[in-house]
Design a protein. Structure first.
Ligand SMILES: Cc1cc2nc3c(=O)[nH]c(=O)nc-3n(C[C@H](O)[C@H](O)[C@H](O)COP(=O)(O)OP(=O)(O)OC[C@H]3O[C@@H](n4cnc5c(N)ncnc54)[C@H](O)[C@@H]3O)c2cc1C
Length: 377
């Protein structure tokens, strides 16, 4: 039984209840406070620290590799691809406007995409580069967002690829420091975050919302926002968000690692970076889509071994490459790769499925969500 004091403070009725304290939940709370400072907001997070994608990703501040953007254009059309790209670009700018480079270890190291000769873009690579540069120029304010860097491959520290495309706007960040700094800012803005509370069920009607937690607490609010991303299936199965596990390994530390920057391969399915003279590499989900469609964080030997073999094949180093650390994170995907921001029931909203692009997208999606929610209160 809660005490009067607990009930009247931590667990008091809120204007807004947000489920999930990852980047989406945190940016949403901040944006709501910015748009309507008087709102009382409580975020419920099931773990002692966020446990999904936001603190378990690769730490890329990226807005899309060449082949990823061309593939997105083919599936969703030029206009929508550019809209999402612009949101990602603005999202990164917004992160930089809120936090100093030192606070989130923002590293404007530039990025590259390695492309094999077998890829359909390879034969006319310079034409594709020129085509996207023209499309992107009004967004990035650069004539040449992408450049052909194939001649630099060996010097950069890569081997056994055929082409290399550079994008000097890409950067690395420290995902843990970003989430930590954002959480502090959210709290400073008067939001309550309750960690260790897993929402088991929720109810909503025209008068408000109620959530029930796994440990038997009931909290009430005026509006509910779900930001549980890859775990949506458990709370809101009708939304059909597909979980997608991303696995990461980190190598031993090297005496000398010429490779600098963030790297992509295979339309973003592989990504790696230099992390203080270690290599962080993740992905290869396309090795077994079905097995990786899971919320299980354990990861598999199969993908870890594959990622290690990939490093040995492609990274220039005389030193031995071993796995020093590994982990997994869970993303949420829609069939079209477009994020979902909508009202799903009376007084209930969902902002989910950044489809593996949430570092850059969540700050901007939060603005749209906050407008939708404040129109209701
Ligand atoms: C391996 C990997 C690499 C990635 N690399 C990049 C990258 O380089 N660049 C990029 O832009 N994006 C990347 N992403 C994607 C990016 O991390 C996500 O899009 C973003 O973090 C999503 O944030 P979110 O808040 O929506 O979800 P999450 O961070 O998953 O937050 C959801 C939160 O909800 C909580 N939760 C779930 N269920 C409940 C419940 N019932 N009750 C209470 N709390 C609950 C979870 O514990 C979690 O903390 C990557 C993701 C992964 C996994």
């Amino acid at each position: 039984m809660l005490s009067f004091w607990e009930k009247d403070s931590y667990y008091a009725h809120s204007d807004i209840i947000i489920i999930g304290a990852g980047l989406m939940g945190l940016w949403s709370a901040l944006e709501l406070k910015k748009q309507r400072p008087s709102l009382s907001i409580t975020i419920l997070e099931r773990n002692t620290t966020p446990l999904g994608a936001s603190t378990r990703n690769a730490g890329f501040a990226c807005f899309g590799s060449l082949t990823e953007l061309l593939s997105d254009e083919a599936s969703m059309g030029t206009h929508r691809m550019l809209e999402i790209l612009e949101a990602r670009y603005k999202g990164i700018e917004k992160i930089k406007s809120y936090f100093s480079g030192a606070t989130i270890q923002y590293d404007p190291c530039g990025g590259f995409e390695a492309i094999p000769a077998s890829h359909e873009t390879a034969a006319h690579l310079d034409d594709h580069i020129q085509y996207l540069n023209q499309l992107l120029s009004p967004i990035t304010n650069l004539d040449q967002t992408f450049t052909n860097q194939t001649a630099q491959m060996r010097q950069i520290g890569l081997k056994n690829f055929d082409h290399l495309v550079g994008n000097m706007l890409e950067a690395g960040i420290h995902s843990g420091k970003l989430v930590n700094a954002l959480s502090k800012l959210v709290i400073e803005n008067g939001v309550t975050i309750l960690y260790g509370l897993e929402v088991k069920e929720w109810y909503s009607n025209q008068n408000g919302v109620q959530v029930q937690t796994k440990n038997g607490l009931t909290l009430s609010g005026q509006q509910l926002i779900s930001c549980v991303n890859g775990f949506t299936q458990e709370l809101m199965p009708s939304l059909h968000i597909v979980p997608a596990r991303g696995q990461i390994i980190v190598s031993n530390t090297f005496e000398h690692l010429p490779m600098k920057g963030t790297f992509h391969f295979d339309e973003g399915f592989y990504y790696w970076r230099n992390l203080d003279n270690r290599i962080l590499i993740g992905g290869a989900r396309n090795l077994d889509f079905e097995e990786e469609e899971t919320t299980d964080l354990s990861g598999t030997e199969k993908i870890r071994t594959h990622l290690l073999a990939f490093l040995r094949e492609h990274i220039v180093t005389e030193e031995k490459i071993e796995i020093a650390q590994y982990w997994s994170g869970i993303m949420g995907f829609t069939p079209t790769k477009e994020p979902l921001t909508e009202q799903i029931a009376p007084n209930t909203f969902a902002a989910i499925a950044c489809n593996g692009m949430g570092v850059a997208l969540t700050p901007v999606i939060a603005e749209k969500l906050a407008k939708m929610v404040t129109a209701n209160v």
